[in-house]
Write a protein that binds this ligand. Structure first.
Ligand code: HEC
Ligand SMILES: [Cu+2]
Length: 472
């Protein structure tokens, strides 16, 4: 008996939060919620009590960038896709104001998955252009929740950008981390194919087929790349609030080169440790946390990988700081591999049997074969590359200014910052193990394709660049 009493005493003493009931917690004071645009997250909540929290969300319909040269009429919560991030605390009484800008054409509403009540607030917030509606809900369940418009046709309102995240922090708060970011995946169904320029209308047939042209993070291709990459310092703890607006696809969310130390899968309380890829359903979320042990660029992808490399689902986390060879060395060796015998030697180039091209036509034909089998994986079939990762060799001012650079990239590899058509790239192109003949053919092929300015490269030119070393 004595023991039982003792145990009970210990349990109730261990945390004042044990008594916390979000449904009856006293509401103290009032404040206006600070909402943020992606990839930013409002600061952690310092309050140790529930409050009346006023959230103002303005719906704005506007034309926005979807990819370079491609725009789309987005319907936004707060002026961006995804919509503004809302951060509240378990037990808060949230007074939600939905404002529909007078210049908008359509009525909208909001269904917050954090709400216990009909439609998640959808019926209470049905708002015509130039009107405002208000409803109040109590944040009873901590977690990371999606919100979205639920006005008919619902799919179309979501497809046009109407989703975002609301975090209800548990009363005891979340653990302290160094960086927090807001990342949300979604798809766009455009009439034009991927990359087709101009203002692209919504394509209902493609949406019904669940066959999007774009799968993106934070509303556009390249939203978090180059200068806009999210950042961290080596040794920091990073927390990503990841949502999936859909409207249709489940995300296989993965960060290349990182392991999630913790995942609050489905945005709930439970934590799974040591996760490589987490599944995030449409209309769902996950909180992922990891330490950035090694500096470098980490690519966020939907590991349904064609979506990443062909539909836009790529973003970059740039980690700065000192290398730590105890965790990761980088390449330590690159040499010829010979199954029999270990001697390091050059592959005798004459022994490789490739046809010698006689004419420009033959060079083009053989060059195309090399391009398709080797270069296309990174520079894409049409030579346009991948924004933020692989530079275009189509209409490339960098290449046309000095075609020797093309030969050099192939025989010596290329790394460090370069500028191609006004965009900066800082990637690594590995040296390609090709014969002089093959290099001559493939560079001739690219110079005479993809709107480049022409030119012809001979095996002799390639030999010269091999001997001369990398071309600036
Ligand atoms: C594994 C991916 C990859 C492959 C395969 C690859 N490249 Fe590259 N390439 C790159 C990257 C990355 C850069 C930019 C390097 C930098 O930022 O310094 C680049 C740069 C270039 C450039 C100069 C920049 C420009 O856009 O004009 C040329 C030309 C080029 N590559 C041609 C080729 C050719 C030809 C092949 C096939 C023989 C090839 N590449 C294969 C990744 C690749
Ligand atoms: Cu809407």
């Amino acid at each position: 008996m004595g023991t039982i009493l003792l145990v009970t005493g210990v349990l109730s003493a261990c945390s004042a939060e044990d008594d916390f009931d979000p449904e009856t917690a006293e509401i103290v004071g009032e404040e206006t919620a600070e909402l943020t645009l992606p990839p930013d997250v409002p600061p952690p909540i310092e309050r140790d009590h529930a409050t009346k929290l006023i959230a103002n969300m303005e719906v704005i319909e506007k034309e926005m960038r979807l990819a370079d040269g491609v725009t789309y009429t987005m319907w936004t919560f707060g002026g961006d896709v995804p919509g503004k991030f809302i951060r509240a605390r378990e037990g808060d009484m949230i007074e939600f104001h939905l404002q529909n800008h007078p210049d908008n054409k359509l009525p909208h509403n909001i269904d917050l998955h954090a709400v216990n009540g009909p439609g998640g607030g959808a019926e209470s917030t049905f708002t015509a252009p130039g009107r405002e509606t208000v409803f109040t809900f109590r944040a009873l369940n901590p977690g990371l929740y999606v919100y979205h418009c639920a006005t008919a046709p619902v799919g179309m309102h979501i497809a046009n950008g109407m989703y975002g995240l609301i975090l209800i922090e548990p009363a005891e708060g979340l653990s302290e981390v160094d960086e927090e970011y807001y990342v949300m995946q979604s798809e766009f169904y455009t009439e034009g194919d991927y990359g087709e320029r101009g203002l692209q209308p919504f394509d209902m047939d493609r949406a019904i087929e669940e066959d999007p042209e774009y799968v993106v993070f934070n509303g556009s291709v390249g939203s978090m790349q180059g200068e806009n990459a999210i950042t961290s310092e080596r040794g920091d703890q990073v927390r990503l609030f990841v949502g999936n607006g859909g409207p249709n696809l489940t995300s296989s969310f993965h960060v290349i080169g990182e392991i999630f130390d913790k995942v609050h899968y489905e945005g709930g309380d439970r934590v799974q440790n040591n996760v490589q890829t987490t599944s995030i359903p449409a209309g769902g979320s996950a909180i992922v946390e990891f330490e950035t042990e090694v500096p470098g660029n980490y690519i966020l992808v939907d590991h349904a990988i064609f979506r990443a490399f062909n539909k836009g689902a790529l973003a970059t986390l740039a980690v700065s700081g000192e290398e730590d060879e105890n965790v990761f060395t980088g390449q330590q060796l690159e040499q010829v591999y010979q199954p029999e015998g270990g001697a390091v030697q050059e592959i005798p180039q004459e022994e490789r049997t490739i046809p010698a091209a006689e004419t420009l036509e033959e060079q083009m034909e053989y060059g195309r074969e090399v391009y398709t089998s080797v270069c296309q994986a990174c520079h894409m079939q049409d030579g346009t590359g991948i924004e933020g990762a692989f530079p275009p060799i189509a209409n490339s001012d960098y290449l046309n200014e000095n075609p020797d650079r093309g030969i050099s990239a192939v025989v010596h590899g290329l790394s460090g910052e370069i500028t191609v058509n006004g965009e900066t790239y800082d990637g690594v192109m590995p040296r390609q193990n090709l014969t002089n003949e093959e290099v001559a053919n493939v560079t001739t092929y690219i110079l005479n394709s993809f709107d480049n300015e022409g030119g012809r490269v001979t095996p002799g030119d390639v030999e010269r660049i091999r001997e001369q070393g990398p071309v600036e």
